[in-house]
Unconditional design. Structure first.
Ligand SMILES: Nc1ncnc2c1ncn2[C@@H]1O[C@H](COP(=O)(O)OP(=O)(O)OP(=O)(O)O)[C@@H](O)[C@H]1O
Ligand SMILES: [Mg+2]
Lengths: 236, 337
């Protein structure tokens, strides 16, 4: 039994179906990438995994137990944390208060101060800006807060939705390095990205999502050499 | 003087002023105006728990004022229950209604939520206006209920002079401000704030946004209903147009938006600035242009939203801080020189 197992889910917004019979798995300790173009359904998939949406059919198992149909707070309590696309900070709160809200669930709340220390070690920049209002941060710093806020929830599985979106190349590298560090420290990571090279570069395995269906999957290295990926996503 | 001691002196000054005003101001009219000012500041502060902290725009809070006013009045008139106890019963009833309104509507966004709350409140008003009795309870339709001022005294929440009312509403206002202050610094305050601005992100972190909003709504409706009882005892006459009207709901929201919703000082500043407008437009134009104050509020609201979208509390707070800085700065400089 895999750490996270998705079996044949359909997801729809009202009448519009966006994800079709999708199956995937993530093993404990892995970094797995989901890549795909705009509108492929990547964010929809993550929202379904975190309980913001409910699949109309199929099942989602985490550590062997079903989570589809559970509300987000229950899924967070189980250890799945979703860092949504576009940072979504609480703009009028300080950096520190944003992080504190991250530690909402009871598991995380107990270890709050220690986790805060760990997170500040990972992002020393955020310690300096601790009391600054979130909306006054640069784009890169905001992304750091978004990831750090997710870490405050003590994830077993951390799901990141396009963390590199809208960042300069040097910051993109920095963010991916941090993701690598997070994974090395033992957190399982499910990464949604359009930056195929970087994300497959640090992943163990990957899935390619097109029009709501998985069209390709395999070890990250194989995918990087796949002719379809080369032409469609790497522009080679 | 340090900044801290300046702040403390300012608080002390406000407290002394508020407590001492009735001793120097002998005019019953002005006292009446002040009591209503505190009443509105209290209502708006209670509203602010949902309308400010939770980031939604409820426009039907008059319903809770009405529930409070009618509950305690009916219990007193028909069963001789002390209005203080009736106040509590009204609060509990309003809490239940608040939760019932919140459950289906908190899933709605923006204008839809506002419209739904208007619909609920208007529904309650129309109901009260059109029934004379509800089971054993005499409601008296549009004619309303009158409380004969026969048994005066604290235990009956009834006084021949205005001073006791002044102090009661002042204490209520201070208490609700303290409560708001504590909530804004509590976890609940954080969750409301987070859920109000970025509900999906908050939910993805496991924050139970719906529950936080419901708790805020429950507290807000409870507190609002208490003010309803106060109003009933203060005027000794309630009718649907006075305690369940859309005007009242709107005036609360206007005061909050203009003063600055989501802040602690906003509702009080809003009431301080707008209540005199209401009173004087009613005194001078009441017969010729009824409702003029709402039109003035509308214009002020447009201007404030254009130039100070976070309400007048923001520039005023800045002004105050600069003043404190100047005082602390010069005094500090002299001390070190
Ligand atoms: N709330 C919604 N209501 C209706 N349709 C939606 C909603 N959100 C997304 N969709 C549709 O679902 C499809 C998949 O959207 P999704 O956001 O999952 O794509 P994505 O792969 O994350 O794209 P991107 O890389 O641009 O973020 C799109 O066609 C989109 O229009
Ligand atoms: Mg997306």
């Amino acid at each position: 039994m895999s750490f996270l197992q998705v079996n044949g889910i359909d997801v729809r917004y009202g009448d519009v179906q966006v994800i079709f019979e999708l199956s995937l798995r993530v093993e404990e300790g892995e970094v797995v990438s989901i890549i795909g173009g705009n509108g492929a359904g990547k964010s929809t998939l993550l929202k379904t995994l975190s309980g913001l949406l409910e699949p109309s059919t199929g099942e989602i198992l985490f550590e062997g137990r079903p989570i589809h149909g559970s509300p987000p707070e229950v899924i967070v309590e189980r250890g799945i944390i979703h860092v949504p696309e576009g940072r979504r900070l609480f703009s009028l709160m300080s950096v520190r208060d944003n992080l504190i809200v991250g530690a909402y669930n009871s598991r995380a709340d107990k270890a709050r101060e220690e986790t805060l220390e760990e997170v500040y070690r990972l992002f020393p920049r955020l310690r300096e800006r601790e009391s600054q209002m979130a909306m006054t941060l640069s784009g890169g710093e905001q992304q750091m807060v978004a990831i750090a806020r997710g870490l405050m929830a003590k994830p077993k599985l951390l799901m990141l939705d396009e963390p590199s979106l809208g960042l300069a190349p040097i910051l993109i590298k920095m963010i991916f390095d941090t993701v690598r560090t997070i994974a090395q420290q033992g957190t399982t990571v499910l990464l949604v990205e359009q930056d195929v090279k970087h994300s497959l570069g640090l992943s163990d395995r990957g899935y390619v999502l097109e029009h709501g269906r998985i069209v390709l999957e395999g070890p990250a290295r194989d995918l990087l050499n796949d002719p379809h990926i080369k032409t469609a996503y790497l522009g080679m | 003087m340090t900044r801290r001691s300046i702040n403390q002196s300012a608080c002390l000054l406000v407290a002394v002023l508020a407590l001492g005003l009735p001793l120097v101001m002998r005019s019953a009219t002005y006292l009446h105006i002040l009591i209503l000012l505190y009443f509105y500041a209290y209502l708006t502060t209670s509203w602010n728990l949902v309308g400010g902290f939770a980031g939604v725009l409820p426009l039907g809070h008059a319903a809770f004022v009405g529930i409070g006013a009618y509950t305690s009045t009916i219990l007193y008139l028909q069963y001789g229950v002390s209005p203080w106890l009736g106040m509590l019963v009204g609060g509990i009833l309003a809490t239940l209604v608040g939760i019932l309104i919140g459950l289906p509507t908190f899933k709605m966004r923006g204008a839809y939520f506002a419209l739904a709350t208007i619909a609920f409140a208007e529904g309650i008003r129309v109901m009260i206006e059109n029934i004379d009795r509800l089971g054993p309870f005499v409601i008296n339709g549009p004619r309303g209920l009158q409380i004969p001022p026969l048994k005066l005294g604290l235990s009956n929440f009834m006084f021949a002079v205005k001073e006791p009312y002044y102090y009661i509403i002042l204490i209520m206002l201070a208490a609700v401000l303290l409560l708001t202050y504590c909530i804004s610094r509590s976890k609940l305050g954080y969750y409301l704030n987070a859920g109000g601005e970025e509900p999906e992100a908050a939910m993805a972190l496991g924050v139970n946004v719906a529950r936080a909003k419901l708790i805020a709504m429950a507290m807000s409706s409870f507190l609002t209903a208490l003010a309803g009882t106060f109003y009933a005892q203060f005027t000794l006459y309630i009718h649907p147009k006075s305690v369940v009207s859309l005007d009242l709901s709107f005036e609360i929201a206007f005061i909050a938006l203009i003063g600055g919703r989501g802040s602690i000082a906003g509702p009080v500043l809003g009431a301080l600035l707008l209540r005199p407008v209401s009173d004087f437009s009613r005194i001078y134009f009441g017969d010729t242009v009824p409702g003029l104050h709402l039109i003035i509020f509308g214009v002020v609201l447009i201007l404030v939203m254009l130039y100070q979208p976070r309400g007048l509390q923001e520039p005023l707070t800045r002004l105050y801080n600069r003043l404190v800085d100047r005082l602390a700065g010069t005094e500090g400089g002299e001390a070190s020189a």
